[in-house]
Design a protein around this ligand. Sequence first.
Ligand SMILES: NC(=O)CC[C@H](N)C(=O)O
Length: 309
Amino acid sequence: MTEQFPLGQLAQAAPAQLVQWMAEVQPLVGLGHLPQYVPELAQVNPETLALAVQPAQAKLIGLGDVSCRFSLMSLMKPFLLLFVLEEQGADIVFDRVGMLPSDQSFHSLKQLAADRGHPRNPMLNSGALSLVELLPGRNGTERCRVFCQWLQQKSGIALTVDQTMLASVRELPNDTNRALAQMLKNAGSISSMAKALDTYNQICCLAVTVSALAQLGLLLAVRQDCIQRRSQRIVNALMLTSGVYEVSGEWALRMGLPIKSGVSGGILAIVPGEGTIALYSPAIDDAGNSVAGACLLEKIIQNFDLSLF
Ligand SMILES: NC(=O)CC[C@H](N)C(=O)O
């Protein structure tokens, strides 16, 4: 007899329940703001909501605006961390970045200054800017290609850079990320600012749908022959403690799952041993997390008792 997991039960109960919860959060869709520092992100339709539930043992369920493509932005960070843990090992990774939560925003200069140029954790922009230097390749394009090939080999999901988004990111240089890179360079944490920023930007602009994101998340959610258990544990722990920045502690209580968000409005929740939930709704709150996405995720977690604690 196959074991019945809660997320599998959810799959059976869907779509009726999920449709109902999506309708309940509809008044929140569009509440919040669109990031203005990337012109292309400022122009998306805020009135969208998409959900994908990927149980490990059953078919993916997609609801809402599932064909919407969005950039990973910070959702790339858990996968970047997984790559470098697998390819370089934890000692090298934690030589470059810390593992402590931060009560500051994802691009806080104050935090990096307080930490003397040693990023507090890999879920912050500073942490990712430091870790991209561990990707092999002579430039951002090569490093991004290596990263995509690795992800495809491990997950079967092929990602490509959204060139329009990348052009938009480059069009309006991000002074905060530049200042973070400068601080990292001054501290000897990175060797090339330009290469680190370019790699970071390209990987942030990898495009997904909620379904692709949910499928990618399985790399972290269930045992994989091709990925070490220890690497999965480290990434999940850091998502739980730091995945949604300064509100990670609050979300750990509310949601009780490893979760990562991105300023594009995507959210990925890992239900360890069972599967993943991915959401997309582009309007975000002050911490950079999708407003409607968070509310829908909380309803699903509570109603299906998916919290780990
Ligand atoms: N929180 C995020 O998604 C941040 C990623 C975004 N590319 C930035 O650098 O600001």
